[in-house]
Design a protein around this ligand. Structure first.
Ligand SMILES: [Zn+2]
Ligand SMILES: [Zn+2]
Length: 325
């Protein structure tokens, strides 16, 4: 079956007959006890640190990205109709989420994850307000197969003068829907999904986690706020514990069901004033298979796991996990 991506231009071919091949990447192995991001390490330069007690000098910190490519701050586009260019301008940093190199997002105490999410929000807001920044990107890569630079739990933040292609597509889909119907595309999808319950993984009063209708990869999962908002920088502090719960639920389900796969997680948000046609969210993409060559050549995605099956599998994993305590 072909399905059109609700939020983009691509079509996805769901092909359960192709079957989910055994993972090409296996599980994320437990890393060493210390890393270049550990307390006391001089491998990275600190920008700011927070908390701390007798056990560690900080509970979270922000450090410079090693080998930062963004040497300039101002961006002026040059060139002509054929060739456009500008200096490598922007901001880049790592958010070290915990002093313990072996801690993980799904296992850390909920109160600590709430602090981490608040720090995400504050850094996203800080960089989004900088002059010339058009896009703030926060990603987490877990496992070397997912491109992680360190085993230590961390997020990578980029603030850039150039737009992000996927966000542009989502924004455009949202704008068209808003023009045609006067409503937010994401809010409408959330309402429909909560009615159908086929692709919902878990939900609470503040957030919903679901497998998108045209999931591009097996077990792609999105986490969206139920209340409309285009900017993560404006999320209310009292919603962060609910977000922590849903993120831990999703990651525990994925880790339980798929045996700790490498994964990528990205925050999609837009800086500046609130917009009625965009709705911030997190996308979680487990790395299970190498994308077959023809997927790229064809310009569409081939996904062997229908999102309804993925969501059911994750709901069951969550229930089993809760019983196991
Ligand atoms: Zn919305
Ligand atoms: Zn998105």
């Amino acid at each position: 079956m072909f399905r059109k991506d609700t939020f983009g231009r691509a079509w996805v071919l769901l092909s359960p007959e192709r079957g989910l091949l055994p993972s090409d990447f296996g599980s994320v192995p437990e890393g060493p006890e210390r890393s270049p991001l550990s307390p006391g390490s001089t491998a990275v330069r600190e920008i700011a640190s927070f908390g701390g007690d007798a056990g560690a000098p900080w509970s979270m910190r922000v450090v410079e990205y090693p080998h930062d490519a963004f040497t300039e701050r101002g961006f002026v586009e040059e060139g002509d109709a054929l060739f456009r260019f500008g200096p490598s301008a922007g901001y880049q940093e790592l958010i070290v989420e915990h002093p313990d190199a072996r801690q993980t997002l799904d296992r850390m105490p909920r109160s600590h994850l709430v602090d981490v999410l608040r720090l995400y929000r504050d850094r996203v807001a800080l960089h989004g307000d900088r002059p010339g920044v058009r896009h703030v990107q926060l990603t987490r890569n877990v496992g070397r197969a997912a491109g992680a630079l360190f085993d230590h739990p961390h997020a990578h933040l980029l603030a850039l003068p150039v737009p992000n292609r996927w966000l542009e597509e989502e924004t455009e889909a949202g704008r068209q829907h808003h023009e045609a119907h006067g409503t937010c595309l994401f809010c409408d999808v959330i309402a429909r999904e909560l009615e159908l319950r086929e692709r919902v993984v878990t939900a609470n009063e503040g957030f919903v986690a679901l497998a998108p209708f045209a999931a591009r990869t097996p077990f792609e999962t999105w986490v969206l706020p139920r209340r409309h908002g285009s900017s993560f920088a404006a999320v209310a502090a009292n919603h962060l514990p609910l977000l922590a719960d849903i993120l831990q639920g999703v990651l525990r389900a994925l880790n339980y069901a798929l045996d700790r796969p490498p994964y990528n997680m990205a925050l999609h948000t837009v800086p500046g004033a609130e917009r009625p046609y965009f709705h911030w969210h997190f996308e979680v993409l487990p790395r299970l298979t190498t994308q077959a060559g023809y997927d790229w050549g064809a310009g569409f995605y081939v996904n062997p796991t229908p999102p309804e099956d993925a969501a059911r599998f994750l709901r069951e994993a969550l229930a089993l996990q809760e019983v196991a305590g």
